[in-house]
Design a protein. Structure first.
Length: 123
C-alpha cells in the first residue's frame, strides 16, 4: 500500500500546528523580554555607583553566578538571601548598595508572608 505524503500547507485547518509553534515562540520571546528589561533596570540602578558604567552588566552576570545562602527567619517572617562576597571589594560595595535598594522594596517571596532581605556575606 502506497501512502500519500502531505505538506503542512495542505493539511486541514484543524490539523495545522503552526499556531501552536507561534504561540510557544511568542511566550518564550515574552519571557526573554521581561528578563532583559529586569536586567536593564538592575544595570541602571548600579551604574551610578560604578566608576566604569559600561561594566554594569558584567558585574550583574558575576553576581548571578555567585553562591548564595538562603536562611529563613520564621519569627520575623524574613527570607534572608546572603550573597557571597565577590572577587573585588569595589564590586562588594556596589552589591551592598544594590542589596540596600532591593531591601527598600519590601518584596514578599511569592505565595508566602516572608519578606526578602538581601545582604552580602560569606558562608
Amino acid at each position: 500500500m502506497v501512502q500519500k505524503l502531505f505538506f503542512i500547507k495542505e493539511l486541514p485547518e484543524n490539523e495545522m500546528f503552526e499556531n501552536v509553534i507561534n504561540q510557544r515562540k511568542h511566550f518564550l520571546d515574552t519571557i526573554k523580554l521581561i528578563a532583559y528589561r529586569a536586567e536593564t533596570a538592575l544595570s541602571n540602578s548600579i551604574k551610578q555607583h560604578m566608576a566604569h558604567k559600561d561594566e554594569s552588566r558584567a558585574l550583574l552576570k558575576q553576581i548571578y553566578k555567585t553562591d548564595t545562602d538562603l536562611m529563613v527567619d520564621e519569627q520575623n517572617q524574613i527570607l534572608i538571601v546572603q550573597i557571597h562576597k565577590l572577587a573585588h571589594r569595589k564590586d562588594d560595595l556596589v552589591l551592598e548598595k544594590l542589596c540596600k535598594q532591593l531591601n527598600e522594596t519590601q518584596t514578599e517571596f511569592p505565595d508566602s508572608n516572608f519578606t526578602l532581605f538581601y545582604k552580602v556575606g560569606s558562608a
